[in-house]
Design a protein around this ligand. Structure first.
Ligand code: NAD
Length: 483
């Protein structure tokens, strides 16, 4: 199957923080891959802007090295050099006056201007203000802001208010890279493009839904940042919440940014507060050659969670009575992100008790091997009695769609192209982010007020024992964490 690549209109993209980790690992290699795919027009400009004094040649050399290290793609001879000719650099002080005029001189009239804020949130306001005051941005310009979008409701509101002083909501693209993943969009295609699933997509037929985002790594070099954040702020408030919204939302009237985001917002607003006994927090202990969480973050009294599991209820007509179990953590058995829709048992088994208990499960994997499987119960082949077995109908996209799916853009590539197209569907709206914090804040405040201490858990496993109990108590079990 050959995927169609539709070039976007010409653009000037300024990357604030162009020398930073995110730009080097994701944004610049992603732009190169889109360039090779023919999606970036040859006259587009990419302008790095950061604090360091650096010549354009030095910056191009850094971009070349980043592409080679973090994700090149098969390309024609000379394509990397021609891409690098599109790349420019200006040293700009986000909080001062230096560099802005020079930066402005790169920007063309009648061309889409996008400004990617790949810098810490404390600089968002200063950059937004200068883009306006110094005449770099116009009413058509777009700004892209990275996570974390706030630390709590108050800070998210203040960030939204600051950006709103200079830009209209239609110009603001808040990135959650989970929304750029192929499977996440496929989730919408599967739900709303087929007749098969949607009639069953409710509490009458769905027993429960599990969302798991598991990592094998620990906090790495982000220890001091992570210890002030924790799994709830770093993963649940944004990534897991977005997945929950897409799986639970009502069908929007059309696939249009505000229609989709209105429906997502309704899900967040329908979330019940979470009872303390429906949550489990954990902190990874030492194991193998690695130290435990508290050593990694250099805080021996840390009460920040590197794992959280919870049972969430959505109080609306569709989902009343169907719990959603969310779990995410570091140093777990495998790196995997999966949504599993577990359907109810057939109302009556004509095969008797010996046939065992069988359930249809639709599993949507975001990583690795993006794809879906549907467990269907069939007769176990062979002579003799009627024994049942669950077999997966496997819809691994790479198998079904052929080798071309290897050219599927990664999340950042897709999202940057959407910014240029002016399509906000896969970006979080300000009110969505605020609603997510409004639900998250009382949970975190509750932990703080109770002096909750996360349970230690062994690395390489499924997380704390109590998290298994969270489902056992309800007569259910987590799906295995496996790659
Ligand atoms: P980084 O520290 O590696 O890079 C920061 C960049 O900002 C550098 O280019 C630096 O020169 C520039 N900068 C800092 N102060 C400046 C100033 N006053 N004026 C102009 N430029 C200035 O950070 P990063 O890891 O690239 O992260 C950037 C943003 O993206 C952060 O908000 C981070 O939370 C977010 N983010 C990063 C990742 C990741 O994988 N690195 C993932 C998700 C979100």
């Amino acid at each position: 199957m050959v995927s169609r690549v539709i070039p976007v209109d010409s653009f000037d993209l300024v990357i604030f923080g162009g020398t930073g980790d995110l730009a080097r690992r994701k944004i610049l290699p992603g732009l190169f891959r889109r360039y090779c795919a023919g999606q970036v027009p040859p006259e587009a400009k990419i302008i790095g802007a950061a604090r360091s004094e650096m010549s354009v040649e030095e910056f191009r050399e850094m971009v070349r090295a980043s592409i080679e290290e973090f994700g090149s793609t098969p390309h024609e001879p000379g394509q990397l050099s021609s891409f690098l000719e599109r790349v420019h650099y200006e040293a700009v002080d986000a909080t001062g006056d230096d560099g802005w005029e020079a930066l402005k001189s790169h920007l063309r009239d009648d061309t889409i201007r996008a400004f990617y804020f790949s810098v810490g949130p404390s600089l968002f306001g200063a950059i937004a203000e200068r883009l306006r005051d110094k005449g770099l941005a116009d009413a058509e310009s777009r700004i892209v802001v990275e996570k974390p979008f706030g630390h709590d409701l108050a800070s998210a509101k203040s960030l939204n208010a600051t950006l709103a002083q200079h830009f209209d909501e239609t110009q603001i693209y808040r990135i959650d890279h989970y929304l750029g993943k192929e499977t996440v969009q496929n989730l919408m295609a599967v739900r709303f493009g087929n007749m098969l699933f949607e009639p069953l997509w409710n509490s009458q037929y769905v027993d429960h839904i599990q969302i798991t985002v598991a990592e094998t790594v620990g906090v790495g070099g982000r220890g001091s940042y992570y210890d002030k954040s924790g799994a709830m702020r770093d993963m649940v408030q944004n990534h897991l919440m977005q997945l929950l919204c897409l799986i639970a939302m009502e069908p929007p009237a059309k696939f249009d940014p505000d229609a989709v985001r209105d429906e997502k917002l309704k899900v967040i607003r329908a979330l019940d507060p979470v009872e303390p006994h429906h949550m489990v927090r954990g902190q990874y202990a030492a194991g193998g050659d690695e130290e435990g969480y508290r050593v990694h973050v250099e805080n021996e009294k840390s009460r920040t969670e590197s794992f959280v599991a919870m049972r969430v209820n959505i109080s609306n007509w569709r989902w009343a009575g169907t719990p959603f179990y969310l779990r995410t953590g570091k140093r777990l058995r495998a790196r995997t992100s999966e949504i599993a829709v577990v359907f109810k048992d057939a109302p009556h088994s004509i095969f008797g008790a010996d046939a065992g208990r069988h359930r249809n499960v639709l599993s949507i994997r975001l990583q690795p091997n993006e794809g879906m499987t549907l467990d269907v119960t069939i007769k176990e082949p062979g002579p003799g009695g009627m024994r049942l077995v669950d077999v997966p109908l496997d819809m691994t996209f790479a198998d079904a769609l052929g080798p071309d799916t290897e050219a599927v853009p990664d999340a950042y590539e897709r999202l940057i192209m959407d910014v240029i197209r002016g399509n906000q569907t896969l970006f979080m709206r300000g009110d969505e982010v605020e609603a997510a914090w409004a639900w998250t804040d009382p949970i975190i405040e509750g932990w703080e007020a109770r002096g909750d201490v996360p349970k230690p858990y062994d690395p390489g496993g499924p997380g704390p024992e109590d998290s298994l109990m969270l489902l056992h108590r309800d007569g259910r079990r987590w799906r295995e964490i496996k790659a």
